[in-house]
Write a protein that binds this ligand. Structure first.
Ligand SMILES: C[S@@+](CC[C@H](N)C(=O)[O-])C[C@H]1O[C@@H](n2cnc3c(N)ncnc32)[C@H](O)[C@@H]1O
Length: 388
């Protein structure tokens, strides 16, 4: 077994900063609580869900000797960080979507408890449905993020629940005896205000509801580059913005993109439920990595301001920089954000001239026009002089 320490794990390509960590005390407690069960598990029957950056999967394989570890992470950046952290350390981890292939025959499941109850409900329901009847689930987290309601969610899907002693402000909930329940996901609700079906998997932002910031951006959507031929809904969540834009502008072609597996599945379901699949393409991507330079007329963005449980603006800055690269000169980024975040100076410097379109007591919507790069502006002036 290679020399291995969890301390070497990193978060990249996710935001790295002194107050953001790749491993926490709950990862270590989950691994310690599950170590005997992992040691006794038949090959290929350990599954890891919602590992942040690979601590659980790499800890179980390189640290505790598990083979054929199957992993699901909602966040694409988490998946990329796991792959980078595993390089040269273990080849025993494989990423799969949440569902039967991930979970069939699983006897030990290590789970970082998600913050949303709906996400926990969907994940735990899938484990109960597809894992081996002998499965033991080690669901851990920081105590400040755990609640008694989470115990209730777990006991909806498992007959027995034990709770570990607390250590370093972390705890592990240990569930056994899976019960069979029907999956209620994705949720599917008709939003009367929008006249749209909205579909939501458990982990998606705002569930099947309309977020108040999104609503403010939708109230001015008609003004956003009415002649745009191509648009991107960056961080699409349920796909509400992409669906609204495609439905109101029959000529436009839209890309809805998000790094969250649940968001991508929800966007796909929303687009399909509203019969907009011909004009909206849904992709899973970290910001706009797979989009070519200067390829979009319009980008819509309601950026996250949390990185995991920590408020951090690094992610929004990264989205702005990607938007600047992918917008064609003269293209526009329409952003909605919590007014106290004061993104405007960054938008001015990264994208170009920025104006406030509308503001209410909580949110601001801005429109930023991608400046024409200096070299291109010069050559346009030369062309104009030659033509004149
Ligand atoms: C505030 S929500 C907005 C969702 C949706 N556009 C709406 O208005 O309801 C922000 C979205 O950004 C996504 N996101 C976070 N990090 C991302 C990244 N690195 N690349 C792409 N999307 C990301 C989240 O998964 C989330 O769906």
């Amino acid at each position: 077994m290679p020399d291995f320490s969890l301390d070497r794990l990193r978060r990249r390509p996710d935001v790295e900063a002194p107050n953001l960590f790749a491993v926490d005390a709950s990862d270590r407690l989950i691994l310690d609580e599950a170590s005997v069960a992992i040691g006794a598990a038949p090959p290929g029957t350990v599954v890891v869900i919602n590992d942040h950056y690979g601590a659980l999967a790499i800890g179980a394989s390189a640290g505790l000797g598990a083979t054929g570890v199957r992993v699901f992470q909602d966040a694409l950046v988490g998946e990329a960080a796991l792959a980078a952290n595993a390089r040269g350390v273990t080849t025993e981890v494989q990423s799969l979507p949440l569902g039967r292939e991930l979970l069939s025959g699983a006897t030990v499941v290590l789970l970082q408890v998600p913050r949303s109850l709906a996400e926990l409900d969907e994940i735990v329901g899938e484990i109960a449905r597809f894992a081996d009847p002998s499965v033991v689930v080690y669901a851990g987290g920081r105590i400040k993020h755990l609640s008694l309601t989470m115990n209730a969610v777990l006991t909806r899907h498992f007959g027995r629940l034990d709770v570990s002693l607390a250590r370093q402000k972390s705890r592990v909930l240990i569930a056994r005896e899976p019960l069979t329940t029907e999956s209620g996901y994705p949720l599917r609700e008709f939003n009367d205000e929008l006249g749209l079906w909205v579909c939501a998997h458990g982990a998606v932002f705002a569930g099947a509801k309309l977020d108040l910031g999104t609503r403010l951006l939708l109230s001015v959507l008609d003004q956003a580059m009415p002649d745009a031929a191509t648009a991107i809904d960056l961080g699409s969540g349920t796909g509400i913005l992409a669906a609204s834009l495609a439905r109101s502008r029959p000529g436009i072609s839209v890309i809805a993109t998000d790094q969250s597996a649940a968001a991508v599945a929800s966007s796909l379901a929303t687009i399909s439920a509203n019969s907009l699949g011909e004009r909206v393409t849904v992709v899973r991507d970290d910001c706009l990595k797979s989009q070519p330079d200067a390829s979009a007329d319009l980008i819509l963005l309601n950026p996250p301001f949390h990185v995991g449980a920590t408020v951090h603006t690094g992610l929004a800055d990264r989205m702005f920089r990607d938007a600047a690269r992918v917008l064609r000169p003269g293209g526009e980024l329409w952003t909605v954000y919590n007014s106290h975040l004061a993104y405007r100076p960054t938008l001015e410097s990264v994208i170009g001239s920025t104006r406030e379109v509308v503001r209410n007591n909580k949110f601001t919507v801005t429109s930023s026009r991608r400046r024409v790069p200096v070299a291109e502006a010069d050559s346009r002036r030369v062309d104009a002089r030659q033509e004149g």
